[in-house]
Design a protein. Sequence first.
Length: 310
Amino acid sequence: MPQAKTQSLKPNNSYMFFSSLEDEAVYILRETAAQFENPCLLFSGGKDSISLVHLSLRAFAPDPIPFPLLHIDTGHNFPEVLEFRDTLTEKYGLRLIVRKVEDSIRENGILEHFGKYYSRNTLQSITLLEAIKTLKFDACIGGARRDEEKARAKERIFSFRNTTGSWDILHQRPELFHHLNGMVHEGENVRVFPLSNWTERAVWEFIQQNQIDVPSLYFSHERSVFRRDGLLWTEADCVFREETEKPFVAKVRFRTVGDMTCTAAILSKADSVEKIMKENHSSNLSERGARIDDKATEAAMEKRKKEGYF
């Protein structure tokens, strides 16, 4: 009796599978370019957005990336990140658009209230929504991952935003078998998350395998810091420090590289990607555990996202 033949699965219009996370991300990036008229890539200078740049280079090679990078600068970014951003965009000939929170503060008459836990990070939403409206972006590609923060796990890959930039968690579009619905009306937009199924470790493995450069802040280095609430904060003019909070020099690194006023360092001797992955695996602190803006309330991130945050 002849043996039955097994039928292999093949991608078609109703079902799609991927051999790797990279293939999935490339598919999402290509779908974004195909379905939207004016997309952009939200670039922070962090490892996730850097990975998105390199995935985009792969997705559209040998042609250039068909959308610009948009960086929302709080004015309190780490100098190392800004330098890295400029070097990266020049190296690959990328289009970079920078919008500054300081301009939004001045133009909208926003009064800053300085103090122990104040940060401009929350004001990024205002600047981002202004940029989306002015530049008429209909899709904004971001590096958020579902393992990063619980509110991120509630997002779709094509995550719809209404004309005010709001995210309605209870009325999201279904995404069956990787069918991505990019239909929007004028003034509406979609946040796109190609790294939704990645983990922090997967990003570092991608960086290691492809020998991708990242800002030096991710690796162990000496820095003047001070201790507050069990965390280590950078000594800088923009970071509030009480007289009793004495600075000292320590070997530290950062797991995220956001605004200096809300991003703390950790003690570390990890000076390579391999050592970072090993250290992260044994750490009791989550990736965003050193971000003070996530600790304001239990639903702090979700509240900011509903108001237009990344």
